[in-house]
Design a protein around this ligand. Structure first.
Ligand SMILES: [Zn+2]
Length: 445
């Protein structure tokens, strides 16, 4: 299948910004070098449009997609750990296969409609572990969105569930190496240092090494994670990960809010990527990530607050700008590009995240009648102060048109939403019967 996007302004790259006016031919899943239109190509008139590389959300939780508006009758959480015990560790235990599927369809559809073409997801469903990543991958394949999936291995629900989590990662990684899932890849998922025993963490690190993939783990999101590592192991979180062989250039560390200068040095020396989730950090009042010293390997994620990366990039920019007026306009775009680099590494596609010839054809057509010139020098300003997910018209993933005129091509949006509401009602009923999670991090005495 070939698509010719004609008459638009093309953003070839966001790190560095490269913009040109040309027709864009997408052929056999990639950006073609030539623009001569093959006879069988479908032409999309993109006059007045900006064509950008699809956005990558480098950390999300599709399993929380049906939590929007869910009832809550317990005492209000006072700490980050209580937010987990009272909310997310109850929700994840209420998930059943049908809920997992409806969540993935709903969250994946919203991501595509917002111009996000790759989701790096972290999944947890302790009472439905086995096969859960297949359910997520199947739903996302139906929508036509690219994904890097993992299961959140943790000891918080006991050793049996921890073993199931590890096995689910291993099983899914084996299934993605056969070529049957062109749009899905895996990582090894682990929750966070404070819910992992030495044995479980070592097993996760070993699996990641064996499969030559990265570990995707929450790190130093809240100070409780650091206090637990210090109390149990006499070390900071990152030193613990490094000592367990769980830190290398493929590791994805979500949040990193409480990393100290010594940990930052270790992270940078390892070449690991920290995923900054600005809105989630604000929402959970966990603090500010040390962005000034983390360097280039910082990507952006939503941590489950939707998958609108235009909005996330804006929030990250304004929040950082509030404390450092020297923050450049290009900083959030460079962070989005870092997320694409991580996804590209998972797919063995170094050009993912750009629209240069040979790159995977993941593109978003934005309706954008620009009122000032768009070029390499002004792109970042347009990104932060002009375009947004409301401008998304068409979305292409791997060369396939999956959103046309603001509607998913392969599934009926209203039907996906109706199914999600059905499943949400059942999920919310089950949730009422689930107690506050008893797991506690260790505090120093
Ligand atoms: Zn998270």
């Amino acid at each position: 299948m070939s698509l010719l996007l004609s008459g638009g302004t093309i953003v070839r790259s966001i790190r560095p910004a490269v913009v040109d006016e040309a027709d864009l031919l997408l052929q056999d899943g990639r950006v073609a070098a030539a623009v001569a239109m093959p006879v069988e190509a479908t032409r999309l008139d993109c006059s007045g449009c900006l064509i950008v590389p699809g956005n990558v959300c480098a950390h999300t939780h599709l399993y929380s997609a049906l939590s929007r508006g869910m009832p809550y009758h317990l005492a209000a959480p006072r700490t980050f750990v209580e937010i987990l015990q009272h909310v997310w560790w109850r929700l994840d235990r209420a998930l059943e296969p049908a809920t997992i599927r409806a969540s993935a369809l709903a969250g994946g559809m919203e991501a595509l409609l917002a111009g996000t073409t790759t989701l790096v997801d972290h999944h947890a469903s302790p009472n439905a572990v086995d096969g859960s990543l297949d359910i997520v991958a199947d739903a996302l394949a139906e929508l036509g969105i690219r994904s890097v999936l993992c299961y959140e291995t943790s000891d918080r629900d006991g050793a049996v569930v921890a073993g199931q989590g590890l096995a689910e990662n291993a099983r899914f990684l084996a299934s993605t190496s056969t070529g049957e899932r062109p749009l899905a890849r895996g990582m090894v998922g682990a929750h966070a240092s404070f819910t992992l025993s030495p044995e479980t963490l070592a097993a996760c690190a070993e699996l990641a090494r064996e499969r030559a993939v990265g570990l995707h783990i929450h790190a130093a999101e809240d100070a409780a994670d650091e206090r637990d590592a210090e109390a149990r192991f006499g070390s900071r979180v990152v030193a613990r990960l490094a000592a367990a062989g769980a830190l290398d250039g493929r590791t994805l560390l979500a949040h990193g809010v409480h990393l100290d200068p010594g940990e930052i040095e270790i992270v940078r020396a390892a070449g690991a990527t920290v995923v900054h989730n600005a809105r989630s950090n604000m929402n959970n009042a966990v603090g500010r990530a040390p962005l000034a010293t983390l360097g280039e390997r910082v990507a952006l994620g939503t941590d489950g607050i939707g998958a609108d990366m235009f909005e996330e990039a804006r929030a990250a920019y304004f929040r950082r700008r509030e404390e450092d007026v020297g923050t450049s306009l290009s900083w959030p775009l460079e962070r989005l590009a870092e997320g694409a680099r991580v996804a590209g590494e998972a797919f063995g596609e170094p050009l993912l995240g750009g629209l240069q010839p040979g790159a995977p054809a993941d593109a978003v057509v934005l309706r954008y009648p620009a009122v000032t010139p768009v070029d390499a020098g002004t792109l970042a300003a347009h990104w932060l102060f002009g375009i947004g997910s409301g401008s998304v018209r068409d979305v292409i993933v791997g060369g396939a048109l999956v959103v046309r005129d603001g509607r998913p091509v392969r599934l009926d949006a209203a039907a996906v939403a109706a199914e999600a509401r059905n499943e949400a009602a059942a999920l919310w009923r089950r949730l009422e019967g689930i107690e506050v999670h008893p797991f506690e991090p260790v505090e120093a005495r």
